[in-house]
Design a protein around this ligand. Structure first.
Ligand SMILES: [Zn+2]
Ligand SMILES: [Zn+2]
Length: 458
């Protein structure tokens, strides 16, 4: 953090320029070998990405300074639509509110969809970077919140725009249909389903054979995690509303206090996993917010508890949801509430676990051997308890297979310092100090374009 604060913008720019020069040499040196091994011209991909890196870093900084919350990504999707139109893509906008799709038909071959999510987080940025976000946005409930790209979706959009230029310039080296997709509202895990529910596949968006995406990750730039099988847990977001009887703070005996009910519930929920799920099975239950009341001396009539669940199979999910319902009803009974005043559960975002296709993942990793050192490709890392809705872009009933890569975007020096201090990473997604190493902008573009080229190879 301190290091980054002290590094002036000019040095970062110089660093990028130096990277361009050195990458040119590197690209030329590896060109023939990589090309032969994978039949993908990774030398040209690298050369193009690094030649484009100043523009891409500017795009990244602009997106970073102008973050937009889920389903409000009007500016961001506008930038994607404009750029893809300029590149000759057929562009469809306004899918699932702010979703955008660009289609490029280039002969017979597979349909490959590349997804970048666009939304930011309700987080106040504390990086101190010269291009830090200072924005606030009004949420749907009318409250104003600081906003920040604390999950790197600004990098995802930037990478996609860099990859688009390369794929168009190298059109003679792949055949098929390329679909770029700017997805809204990944953070609430609702945007992918919203696009499908908005009949995306009946509005001219080709059904993909393969689906592909990259996500920033706080591991060193130059490394990726891309293993086969389960990579992310399934997740549910739900609200529980406790109903009581409001009243004067001095007369709790004639009220029924939903604040106490909510607090009891939060503590009891923690026993669902510890007492109800086998130690070998992983699950998480987090209460991220409790909303109740306004004044010190007023007992409110309701309290809302906002939960987030993580699980890997339907059986565990059922144990969590049944446990929450039973605890809610137990609290209602012990407070003498009638059945019509039992707590209400509102299910919101839901996603299944993300499962990388084994063959597809191996194919992409083989191609990436041409641009990353073999030690930089980690295929062994266990699944994260994080979640994604990317896989819900698949048309229901369709057999689309996918690969999703976690791309290192932590500055290697900051990462090494964190490890030396006994921390697992210098910062984590969704924290106000989350940041993307600028040298990961061109490199992520190379990874994206190389992965796409691999998917087009039959
Ligand atoms: Zn996130
Ligand atoms: Zn994310």
């Amino acid at each position: 953090m301190t290091i980054i604060r002290l590094v002036p913008v000019i040095l970062l720019q110089v660093f990028v320029c130096v990277s361009i020069i050195s990458e040119f040499g590197y690209a030329q040196a590896r060109k023939s070998n990589a090309g032969k091994a994978t039949a993908i011209n990774t030398g040209t991909i690298r050369q193009m990405a690094y030649a484009d890196s100043l523009r891409l870093v500017d795009t990244y900084k602009d997106l970073h300074q102008n973050p937009e919350l889920g389903f409000m990504e009007v500016r961001t999707s506008g930038i994607i639509a404009k750029e893809l139109q300029l590149l000759g893509f057929q562009v469809i906008t306004g899918i699932g509110k702010t979703g955008v799709v660009g289609i490029l038909k280039n002969g017979d071959g597979p349909v490959v969809m590349y997804r970048a999510d666009m939304d930011c987080n309700s987080v106040k940025e504390i990086t101190g970077l010269p291009y830090a976000s200072t924005k606030t946005m009004k949420k749907e409930d009318g409250t104003e919140t600081p906003v920040m790209h604390a999950c790197g979706h600004d990098a995802h959009v930037t990478w996609m725009l860099g990859v688009a230029r390369i794929m168009v310039a190298m059109k003679d080296q792949w055949k098929g249909t390329l679909v770029f997709l700017g997805q809204p509202a990944e953070e609430p895990l609702m945007g992918a389903r919203a696009m499908v529910a908005d009949n995306m596949y009946d509005k001219g968006v080709p059904v993909p054979d393969y689906l592909f995406a990259l996500h920033t990750w706080p591991i060193p730039t130059g490394t990726i995690e891309n293993g086969p099988g389960v990579r992310f847990s399934g997740s549910d977001q739900l609200d529980v509303t406790f109903f009581g009887i409001g009243g004067h703070g001095s007369r709790p005996e004639v009220a029924k206090d939903p604040v106490v009910m909510a607090c009891n519930a939060v503590m009891q929920y923690q026993t669902i996993i510890s007492r109800g799920i086998a130690a070998q099975d992983a699950a998480v239950l987090t209460v991220g917010a409790i909303h109740a009341g306004v004044d010190n001396n007023v007992i409110p009539s309701s309290a809302v508890v906002k939960l987030n669940l993580r699980w890997f199979n339907e059986k565990t999910r059922k144990v969590l949801l049944d446990g929450i319902r039973r605890i809610n009803e137990g609290i209602a009974v012990s407070n003498g509430l009638a059945a019509d005043a039992y707590p209400k559960i509102t299910m919101k975002g839901n996603v299944n676990p993300l499962v990388n296709d084994t063959a597809l993942t191996a194919k992409v990793n083989a191609a990436l051997n041409g641009v990353l050192s073999p030690a930089g490709i980690d295929t062994e890392r266990p699944s994260s308890m994080g979640s994604e809705d990317f896989q819900h872009l698949i048309k229901p009933g369709q057999k689309t297979v996918y690969n999703y890569i976690r791309v290192g975007t932590a500055h290697p020096d900051l990462y090494a310092k964190a490890i030396a201090e006994g921390k697992p990473a210098p910062y984590f997604n969704h924290n106000g100090n989350y940041q993307v190493d600028l040298s990961a902008i061109p490199l992520g573009t190379v990874i994206g374009a190389t992965g796409l080229m691999a998917l087009f190879k039959q």
